[in-house]
Ligand binder design. Structure first.
Ligand code: ZN
Length: 341
């Protein structure tokens, strides 16, 4: 049954995928051109059915997450294994969706600052009013009795705060829209599921199935993060905990690497090994493994199970409580020296 949190149990009809699903190679679901095989002629292989391919890929990796990280127990209240709604989008649709996603991310980041870290907001607004951008510094219009509010910002103030948020920030949308095969849009509310956007042309192209597999393995990693992980993530972001965004990418990349290779092992010979999306980002590549090496089981409990919280927002780095054992954890990663991105 669905709990108060709104999560459905894993095996509910229409909810998760059946546990007995056999790990057949995905391509078996499609009778069209066999990916991986050399093209018989110079004409391009016929496109696959994008919906069938995406459905099968999502189902495969949903089950792979359960089998890999929860081999024994059925764990209700977790997102892992759930069917994540997706939308197939055109190239233009992907561009628009990514643009919207970037807006949502920065709106959420800014809201986090207003909710949790007003000193940051005031500092940046002071910088903005002190700058001589418009010829001369202007008086700071706010006071204790009249503090800035998110709703009350004018366009210029908001732009200044967005600029401060964006400077040096890494986000998932930093890649070019033209190369994005799929991305996951976080749910707005803790109980919701979120949604994946998948580029239709990539799904139906027989030559990009490895890329699709790697991307879906990665994006499901985001989709299966517990709501409490996202809450921790938002708090960590509001206080600029170093590398929090890259850690989250690193965790998804850790799953991507393991699961997409397992997928590849089942494919016909000649299938390309899925390439890791963030393979060139050294921080992302090291942070996921470091996180699980340090925290071990508690790391999985924190990420998938939501066993993570902050004891004191005035000292986030040193008051993280993690795992079912409720162990105190100090954030081990430091900010890079200036010049780092
Ligand atoms: Zn990601």
């Amino acid at each position: 049954m669905a709990g108060a949190s709104g999560y459905g149990a894993l095996q509910q009809p229409g909810g998760g995928y059946g546990a007995s699903q056999s790990p057949v190679p995905l391509y078996a679901a499609n009778t069209q051109a066999k990916p991986g095989a050399p093209a018989a002629s110079s004409s391009p292989a016929a496109p696959l059915n994008a919906d069938q391919v995406t459905d099968a890929m999502m189902a495969y990796f949903a089950q792979a997450y359960l089998d890999t990280y929860f081999p024994k127990q059925n764990v209700p209240q977790l997102r892992v294994g759930k069917k994540i709604p997706y939308e197939l989008v055109s190239d233009q649709g992907m561009e628009a969706a990514l643009k919207k996603q970037a807006e949502l991310v920065y709106e959420r980041l800014l809201k986090g600052r207003f909710d949790l870290n007003m000193p940051w907001v005031e500092e940046k607004l002071h910088l903005y009013y002190d700058s001589d951008k418009l010829g001369k510094p202007r008086p700071y219009p706010y006071s204790k009795a009249n503090p800035p509010t998110l709703e009350g910002l004018d366009r210029e103030e908001k732009a200044a705060l967005f600029g401060a948020l964006k400077s040096g920030r890494f986000t998932d949308m930093s890649g070019e829209a033209a190369h994005t095969v799929a991305f996951f849009q976080r749910p707005d509310t803790p109980g919701a599921t979120g949604k994946m956007f998948v580029r239709k042309l990539a799904a139906e192209d027989p030559t990009s199935q490895s890329e699709l597999a790697g991307t879906i393995a990665h994006e499901l990693g985001h989709a299966y993060a517990d709501a409490n992980w996202w809450e921790f993530y938002d708090i960590a972001n509001a206080f600029d905990l170093p590398l929090i965004e890259k850690l989250t990418e690193g965790i998804a990349t850790t799953f991507e690497e393991k699961l997409s290779r397992a997928w590849w092992d089942q494919q016909p010979g000649g299938t390309e090994l899925p390439m890791i999306g963030y393979r060139n980002d050294k921080d992302i590549m090291r942070l996921g493994p470091e996180f699980f090496k340090i925290l071990k089981q508690a790391g999985y409990e924190a990420y998938f199970g939501g066993w993570i919280k902050v004891g004191n927002v005035n000292n986030v780095a040193n008051t993280i409580i993690v795992g079912q054992s409720k162990t105190r954890w100090s954030w081990p990663w430091k900010a890079k020296k200036s010049g780092a991105k």
